[in-house]
Structure formats: C-alpha cells, structure tokens
Design a binder for this molecule. Structure first.
Ligand code: URA
Length: 242
C-alpha cells in the first residue's frame, strides 16, 4: 500500500510527522538509495527500502518506552550538529532508535519520555489530546495576584493566546518565588514566555509530571522503562488500542 513518506517514517517511530517532514527537506531520507525531497511522495514500504541517514527503517522494531529525568545542559533532540550532549547520551544502552516525546529546553530539567512508538508519540503530542504537563518554575521576585490572574486566564504571546493555566504559588522567600503551573499546550519555551509576559523572569524550570506520570524514584540523569500498565494507560489516553 502506498503511503506518504512522512507517515511511513513517523509510524516506524523515527520521528513525529512534522519532524519527518524536516528530515525529508534536509535530504536525510532515501527511497531505494535515492534522496527524496518531495514532501508529497508516496511509497509502498513493503516493496521499497526507506532509509533515514542511510539506516533502513525497521518496521517491526520492538517498542521501547523510557521515562528520563533530564538534567540541565542537555538537548532534547536526537542529534546535535555542534556535538553538544543530548538526551540520547543519557541512555547509551538502548540500541533501538528512540526519540523524545516533545522537547524540554537545554536548561529545563525534568520528565521527558523517549520512545520509538511513533503512533503513541503523535497521539501524546496532538493538541486535541490536551495531555497535561506540570512544571515548577522558580522566578525572581514576587508573583503578584495580577500575574496569577493573567496566567490563569490566558496570556497573549507572539504566537497567540495561551489556554488558561492552573497555577499555584508554592513558596516565596529570599527574593524568589516558586510556582506550580499545569498546562496542556506544548509551544516552544511556553512556560518561560508566559511568565515573561506577566513580568516574571524564570531562573529555574522543571517538569515534574507528564500525562500524570511523575519522576518518583528517578534521579536526575537517570531513567526507567514504563510499566506495561503505564503504556496501556497512555495508549488508551491517545485513543490507541492495547
Ligand atoms: N516551557 C518552557 O518554557 N520550557 C520548557 O522546556 C518546557 C516548557
């Protein structure tokens, strides 16, 4: 059956569909050894060899689901042209080609899922699923009532209004405040930009929960596999069968 190249790549767990399009544009995708740059290209994966960076896509690779506690100073991309440390450097024993589910900034710490299950990744990242992410932000100064109200109502960013966030102040001392923020959108640098928009400067940011998974028992820089039950719950959340 012929399917769009980006769909084949994302279903094999190589990347989300959007990231697959970027791979195609970057000339990293070949079909039977020929570089394909046309996004609309349709291919029958059963009859042709699709490869990314010269590596053929293995359609039946075992699914791997990891929960990583990302430290600071680490990129959440699979690869970096400038040789900086990426989250994949923290999982050296995993031979499957896994990818982060979404992104955390270089200096944001916290919970990041890694998987080669493209369908689950796409489901978790799809805006309509409204998957909840919880962050703890440490900001300079006091977060006043006006700022809290704005965050809870929606903040105008350069890419549009944010959906209302659930926000509560956890601590205020020594010129710093800490707040827990729960959002379901996943825009680039969203939490930092939301605070900046209400006049607060985020100096530390940690993601403490994703889709109700927590970091319990996972030290910074360490990771664990998801349990079967956890994977089943995520699959059910995203409308996938067991
Ligand atoms: N929001 C941010 O600002 N940064 C992250 O890494 C995640 C959410």
């Amino acid at each position: 059956m012929e399917e769009r190249l980006q769909k084949i790549i994302s279903q094999a767990g190589i990347a989300s569909r959007r990231a697959a399009e970027k791979l195609i544009i970057a000339q990293r995708v070949t079909v039977d050894g020929t570089v394909v740059t046309e996004l609309g290209t349709k291919v029958d994966a059963a009859r042709h060899v699709v490869a990314v960076d010269g590596k053929p896509i293995a359609a039946s690779e075992k699914h791997v689901y990891l929960l990583l506690h990302k430290p600071k100073g680490c990129l959440s991309t699979a690869k970096d042209d400038r040789g900086r440390r990426t989250v994949l450097d923290l999982v050296p024993d995993v031979s499957e080609r896994i990818y982060p589910v979404g992104r955390l900034d270089y200096n944001t710490t916290g919970l990041l899922l890694l998987t080669n299950d493209g369908a689950l990744m796409n489901g978790l990242l799809h805006p309509k699923r409204e998957v909840e992410k919880t962050y703890v932000a440490t900001v300079k100064g006091v977060i006043d009532e006006a700022a809290l109200t704005q965050l809870r109502t929606g903040v105008l960013l350069d890419d549009g209004m944010t959906a209302p966030a659930r926000v509560r102040v956890l601590a205020q001392a020594d010129g710093f405040s800490q707040a827990e923020v729960i959002i379901h959108e996943g825009r680039n640098r969203q939490v930092r930009r939301m605070f900046a928009a209400v006049g607060c400067d985020v100096c530390e940011l940690a993601r403490t929960q994703f889709a109700r998974l927590t970091l319990d028992g996972v030290k910074r820089g360490a990771y664990r596999s998801l349990t079967t039950r956890e994977v089943e719950r995520l699959r059910a959340m995203t409308g996938l069968e067991k």
